[in-house]
Design a binder for this molecule. Sequence first.
Ligand code: 2AM
Ligand code: CA
Ligand code: CA
Ligand code: CA
Length: 267
Amino acid sequence: MNLNQLANNLNILCRSVGAFIKKEGEGFERSSIEQKGFNDLVSYVDKEAEQKLVEGLRQLLPEAGFVTEEGTDTTRGERFNWVIDPLDGTTNFIHGLPAYCVSVGLMDGDEVVLGTVFDPNRDECFWAYKGGGAFCNGSSIKVSDAPALKDGLIATGFPYFDFGLTQQYLQVLGAFMSRSHGIRRIGSAALDLVYVACGRFEGFFEYNLNAWDVAAGVIIVQEAGGRLSKFTGEGDVVFGREIVASNGSVHPEMLQTIGEFWKKPVA
Ligand code: 2AM
Ligand code: CA
Ligand code: CA
Ligand code: CA
């Protein structure tokens, strides 16, 4: 398979779906949103964007299956699977906050080999494939060379409901506040990851994410020279539901800071 050519076609598709989302955001009626669960919003834009992606990706790689947030196609491929978040940052989108993106990764078995994250508001297309380096639009990107947490800007996402974890999460936040340049909370995990890849953030951590939130970002961070792990420092970050991404240098301090306060929830 020619991953470079597939990446080019994937970028074109993500750009076109991103343009659709941005267009629908103009004059978007909040009354059209649905609630999947507590603090779990979805709109017709998420669903239509996903349908467009699935249709386009079926043409690009007919043998691949799908893992998607809105469940347009649940067929699993024997080897290849597209992992799709059609609109990452739905809450931002619904509120007219221009911080959302399209995120699509391709898995070969249990490994992400290709990914694109497109932000239609900044017209930034982040992409990477295994062994090919990471890019934003036409330029090569790499993680920040800041050596220590005290020189770093750290991103996170807040838990959506209380697993009984809010207090320890706030303690982790407090520790990062005093040990880094600061904390940012954008509301799109895919953007958080690619901002680690291009050096805007030194690190990012979040609990309870899904594979579609992170698949594309994972390969982009890897190819940009970053490090990824679960909170414990190891484990599958795509389906593992928790992630730490960093420039590598600040990773040990991040794991240490999280580990001081984070005790596994009672399932
Ligand atoms: P979404 O916008 O695609 O739903 C930000 O913290 C991340 O969490 C985003 O990637 C967002 O993805 C996701 N997210 C938003 N609401 C969520 C919920 N109720 N449960 C789990 N993840 C959610
Ligand atoms: Ca969602
Ligand atoms: Ca998401
Ligand atoms: Ca989504």
